[in-house]
Design a protein around this ligand. Sequence first.
Ligand SMILES: C=C(O[C@@H]1C=C(C(=O)O)C=C[C@H]1O)C(=O)O
Length: 196
Amino acid sequence: MSHSGVAFARWQAHVNRAAVPAFLRGWLTDQASLTVKLQRHCGQFRVQRLAQGHAACLADERAALRLPRRLQVHAREVLLRCDGRPVVYAHTVVPLSAGADWPFFRGLGERSLGTTLFGDPRVGRGKLEYALLRPRHPLVRRAGAALGQTFAGPLPARRCLYRRGRGLLLVTELFLPAIAQLHSQPRDGLQLLNAA
Ligand SMILES: C=C(O[C@@H]1C=C(C(=O)O)C=C[C@H]1O)C(=O)O
């Protein structure tokens, strides 16, 4: 496969066309905030910000953002950690021209992006897309770099386009192997108390 092919994934509108493991389909297709879902499945949730600033738009994201060519974007990279374990690597991009439509984006720090997207009536949400990202996909390589490891196999991922005013924002979430260790059911208050 050409190098450019490595940079692209086959994003599917239906999760069963993306060949992701069956046990992860609930995680990938849940329409609610991933932050809220993860918080219900662990004792301590943390957004670890890896980087945020101007960056070249990835080829795989350029088309989704309808950018005419590989322009600079405002990019944010985080690891979502449950009880210290990294379970999601997330990459969010906003065209520089759309900065004014996402006033909260720059100052997020380690607050979850989800808390600002799902609470804002002006934010419209597109449909989720799904893919199995190969080990050489740029986002898999970045997730590996963040964790000081390389992934031998593909990672299940989803992405979603958000709109606010005239601005677009694209969130891509890669589900890391440790997500399999999370409780399959939300932990109730008693369990959390016992775990304390
Ligand atoms: C979009 C959400 O926000 C989460 C938090 C992110 C961040 O803080 O950068 C990025 C992607 C999401 O996993 C969500 O909670 O659903």
